[in-house]
Write a protein that binds this ligand. Structure first.
Ligand SMILES: *Cc1c(COP(=O)(O)O)cnc(C)c1O
Length: 403
């Protein structure tokens, strides 16, 4: 087989399937009544969406564009879980009118809902409400926000949650049937999810809620050495939830993103040049930090190297700085210390890169790389590399302007 042109992503379908099954098995054993809403923002590659859809997942979307993408890829309105602060009123109405799942995030949406409810007095609108609560207090040091508050949903501690609930209860044809509790954490620990489940019980009791679903959100670990996997989370969640809920009445919704797709995704890059400047060896590769760490937060990478065949022995280099193809100085991935010299034609393959990579990739200097699926030992292209033709679509040149 002719070597494929790097850089490209590979998704291993068997590993993806394994993680999907691990998730469904664990949910089935722990709670039975469950629903998976796949987090579009984490990786919205159309092939991946078609995979999760085929396996029964709903679409968890957080913007009108993501909503329209879900519809474009065949999702019905009732198979949408609509979250986040940036919904459009039009799509908000569409989903609610079709009895899809909307988790209210703001005062603005309360206004939209009361308008909708008064326009359709004969229809009952069932909604979820996103709770903002002090998870940091329950799990010190573990949350993304730390001491500062998160900015999504209705704050429990300040009384905004209670107010919102009171307002919703005054609308005769609206009923609050769900709680959404997504919170991002640095630790992604089992304790985080135990605490989220405890919060669901606390809110249920304090406000006497009758819930058709509890939505834990996303934020799980998956495929990371020494870290929790799906079967570690859900027995604990079920233990807590069962104090206030039963699977017969209340569905458990989860919104996995990165935990499903990390392990199965790799990014293949090649060395195309090396150079020595003031005693530093730079190894130039055709992948970029923007492809695998667009938010520039990673401090280490999982990778392996495939050396091209060479007859001569490779000298050990004290330090090689592995860099990207872009013209930005910060585009450096890692420093490779006391290893054999890398030469053009060697491949560096990054692992665990499925989440927040493809969808956060900028169109900077090079366009989107190709994506392949590994199925039964062969690679099938599911996205070709983007070309300048893809880039210019929908744009206008001066020659095309009328006046
Ligand atoms: C980002 C997000 C998810 C998915 O998070 P992961 O860390 O990728 O699992 C799920 N639900 C909501 C509301 C989100 O914002």
């Amino acid at each position: 087989m002719e070597a494929l042109q790097t850089p490209y992503f590979i998704i291993d379908e068997a590993i993806l399937q394994k993680y999907y099954h691990m998730l469904t098995d664990s949910l089935r054993q722990s709670w039975g009544n469950y629903l998976i809403g796949y987090s579009f923002k984490t990786n919205s590659l159309p092939w991946l969406i078609s995979f999760v859809k085929k396996n029964g997942a709903y679409a968890e979307v957080v913007s009108e564009d993501e909503y329209l993408l879900a519809r474009h890829l065949g999702y019905q309105n009732q198979e949408i879980i609509y979250n986040g602060p940036y919904k459009s009123e039009h799509s908000f109405r569409e989903v609610l009118l079709a009895s899809g799942c909307v988790n209210l995030d703001s005062q603005l949406e309360l206004t939209w809902l009361s308008r909708l409810a008064s326009e359709y007095p004969g229809q009952t609108f069932s909604v979820g409400i996103r709770a903002n609560f002090d998870l940091e207090k329950m799990c010190p040091g573990e949350t993304t926000m730390g001491e500062v508050s998160g900015r999504f949903g209705f704050c429990y501690e300040s009384g905004r949650f209670a107010e919102a609930l009171q307002m919703l209860r005054q609308i005769p044809n609206v009923s609050v049937i769900g709680l959404h509790l997504h919170s991002s954490s640095k630790s992604r620990s089992v304790k985080i999810f135990r605490s989220i489940a405890q919060m669901a019980c606390k809110l249920q009791q304090e406000f006497d809620l009758s819930l058709s679903y509890v939505d834990l959100g996303g934020g799980y670990c998956g495929g990371m050495e020494g870290r929790p996997e799906y079967p570690d989370y859900f027995p604990v969640v079920a233990e807590e939830l069962s104090r206030c809920f039963t699977p017969e009445k209340t569905k458990l919704i989860v919104e996995p993103g990165i935990s499903l797709i990390s392990k199965c995704t790799t990014f293949v890059t090649s060395v195309f040049d090396t150079r020595d400047i003031k005693g530093t060896r730079y190894v130039m590769t055709d992948g970029s930090r923007f492809n695998i760490d667009a938010t520039m937060i990673k401090t280490s990478h999982l990778f392996h190297i495939i050396e091209k065949e060479q007859t001569s022995e490779r000298p050990i280099m004290p330090q090689q700085i592995i860099s990207g193809y872009t013209c930005m100085e910060c585009d450096r991935m890692f420093t490779y210390e006391n290893h054999p010299e890398l030469v053009p034609g060697d491949q560096i393959i990054y692992e665990n890169v499925g989440g927040y990579t493809m969808s956060l990739n900028p169109l900077f200097i090079q366009y989107f790389p190709a994506v392949y699926i590994r199925r039964n030992g062969s690679l099938i292209q599911v996205r070709r590399k983007w070309t300048p033709e893809d880039y210019v679509q929908g744009t206008t040149l001066i020659e095309d302007m009328k006046s």
